[in-house]
Ligand binder design. Sequence first.
Ligand SMILES: O=C(O)[C@H](O)[C@@H](O)[C@H](O)[C@H](O)COP(=O)(O)O
Length: 320
Amino acid sequence: MAFSTTLTNSCTLQSSLFCAQKSNPLSLKTSILPTQIGKNFVFQPLRHSKVFSPNRCVGKIEASLKWEKGYKNVEVFSKEHLAVSLAYDVAQLSNKFIKERGYFTVALSGGSLIKYLRKLVESPYAETIDWSKWHVFWVDERVVPKDHLESNYKLASDGFLSKVPIPPLNVYAIDDSLPPDGAADVYETTLRRLVTSNVISTSTNGLPKFDLMLLGMGPDGHVASLFPGHALLQEDQKWVTFLTDSPKPPSERITFTFPVINASSNVAMVVTGAGKSTAVYTALEDEKQTVMLPVEKVSPLEGELKWYLDKGAASKLFKE
Ligand SMILES: O=C(O)[C@H](O)[C@@H](O)[C@H](O)[C@H](O)COP(=O)(O)O
């Protein structure tokens, strides 16, 4: 429950407000959530500056808002403040897990997530995080060469990994010489080896338990390469699987399965843009749809899920 620690430290006032209204969290929009004036939201100051690190204060995150809904922790930021907050939280988790276990295992998605990690490569994190203990994986990857424009590895390497001193052997790209089925099998074998050697923790049900999984979400509610209506949503045996019919190009991909995603210690769901507001609303509102979006299946069994939204992605949550 590492995120909880961060949240409690940073937001005592809201936590008590949220607890008081937890039975109907969306009613918060009429009380402490923002009112909409024209196209702008008015945010209430939320955080106690005395419990912030200096860096957190510099980011003016007091202009964000947050509420809890059961296991779901949700924060809404400007895009800039989202990057500041995400970096702070990732750094906290990195320190915690390196202290506890000697490693920090992080699984990345592709997409816009990578640009929201940009503050991690800046001061103070660039100097203070013990990058030598990081082990980096991909939640999903397109089966293309590593230098291909569509490669999630290339995206992360160019925008993040090349800027920090993570040992190359700790960065687990797919074997891009293999077809999708072979690449998925080899990736799962790698995970099994790292679970055996305790680099990756193990959940009580014997699955790899990543310290942090960083997920994006598509406008259709997909996460990783697990798309609406696809048979892989039900995969419960494999840790890593493949598809050759991805509705989002490129068609050939490998992906972690939901059991592995939900075995994580921490899942950060980083979602921005008004184009995703309907899927965000569907995922966070109470009345369950007959057909669940993939994102609704993200529910860590022994861990913590936290949503990082921008105002566009959160916009439907605030409508009366
Ligand atoms: O390989 C992929 O296509 C990505 O891993 C994908 O799952 C991504 O995370 C979401 O589509 C969100 O992407 P955006 O944040 O760019 O919308």
